[in-house]
Design a protein around this ligand. Structure first.
Ligand SMILES: NC(=O)c1ccc[n+]([C@@H]2O[C@H](COP(=O)([O-])OP(=O)(O)OC[C@H]3O[C@@H](n4cnc5c(N)ncnc54)[C@H](OP(=O)(O)O)[C@@H]3O)[C@@H](O)[C@H]2O)c1
Length: 259
């Protein structure tokens, strides 16, 4: 039996694990920001002492792409400095760190899906902070998996693109959705299952991409969601606003590392 700590357990991915592990033979411990603030080394060290975790799945992150442009220090404190602290404590306690990263580490200039071997070049502060976090792990962790994923959505939990389109459509609202950003939407259930497979199959440590590997725009995804629910609202394609945060126009991620 393995002992697994999930940080950021109140977020979309953290909460997904809570539902998925009910029949797991392993022992899962879930911590939100209150019990396990990843910016606080002292709190983390005390919590980890003598507990003998095998894995720590770090679902805690600063994830607001728009706000990160203004709250750069806060984004870096969580996505870079806190990750550095977590790496150190995982090393000290012989814990394998499983960390989640993003397609936003790429600039979107490629014409084919990004693979693990592709060069990174983030366009915005969120992407930069996530890349620096990855680099802390790559350089200092003794045992890690970094899982880059993209366009996460849940059909059941919280506020995300899927639920927001569905709720607007059900109210009969007109929908305006960008069609000039292309990516690989990923059901958070599938990501959680992938991470559980990493733990059970133990492929070589390192960097992995995981997405649902179906390339589409947000507009295409909106149409798909409506079809799934037999709704016939009109979806109007729009262009990404020039004034907002810069995002990659093309960031599908695929993996060459099958196991
Ligand atoms: N969502 C996406 O589309 C997407 C795409 C690619 C990659 N990812 C990555 O996937 C991972 C999981 O994303 P998600 O969608 O589950 O994000 P989420 O719903 O925003 O969850 C992140 C959680 O981290 C918590 N947190 C923030 N600072 C913390 C701290 N100092 N200590 C402990 N917990 C803290 C947040 O709590 P508060 O609410 O209190 O801040 C929140 O509960 C992240 O690493 C993200 O970068 C997400």
């Amino acid at each position: 039996m393995k002992k697994i700590l999930v940080t950021g357990a109140e977020g979309q991915l953290g909460n997904t694990f809570k539902e998925k592990v009910e029949s797991s033979k392993d022992q899962w411990v879930f911590c939100g920001r209150k019990e396990f603030d990843i910016t606080d080394s002292k709190v983390m060290a005390t919590f980890l002492k003598d507990k003998q975790f095998d894995y720590c799945i770090n679902c805690a992150a600063y994830t607001n792409v728009v706000k990160a442009e203004l709250e750069v220090d806060q984004a870096y404190a969580i996505n870079v400095e806190a990750v550095k602290k977590l790496v150190h404590l995982c090393n000290q306690n012989q814990i394998t760190l499983i960390h989640i990263s993003t397609d936003y580490v790429f600039n979107g200039n490629k014409k084919t899906p990004y693979l693990e071997s592709d060069v990174t070049a983030p366009l915005n502060q969120y992407g930069k902070s996530k890349l620096f976090g990855e680099q802390e792990i790559q350089q200092n962790s003794r045992a890690f998996y970094i899982v880059r994923t993209s366009w996460l959505y849940s059909k059941t939990l919280g506020k995300n693109f899927y639920n927001s389109i569905l709720s607007k459509a059900k109210k009969g609202e007109s929908l305006y959705v960008v069609d000039d950003q292309i990516g690989t939407p990923t059901n958070v259930d599938h990501l959680a299952a992938f991470i559980m497979r990493l733990i059970s199959k133990k492929p070589p440590k390192g960097l992995y991409h995981f997405s649902d590997e179906k390339i589409m725009s947000w507009f295409d995804l909106a149409i798909k969601i409506l079809k799934e629910h037999q709704l016939d609202n009109t979806v109007n394609p729009i262009a990404t606003s020039e004034s907002g945060v810069v995002r990659p126009h093309y960031s599908p991620i695929f993996s060459k590392k099958k196991f």
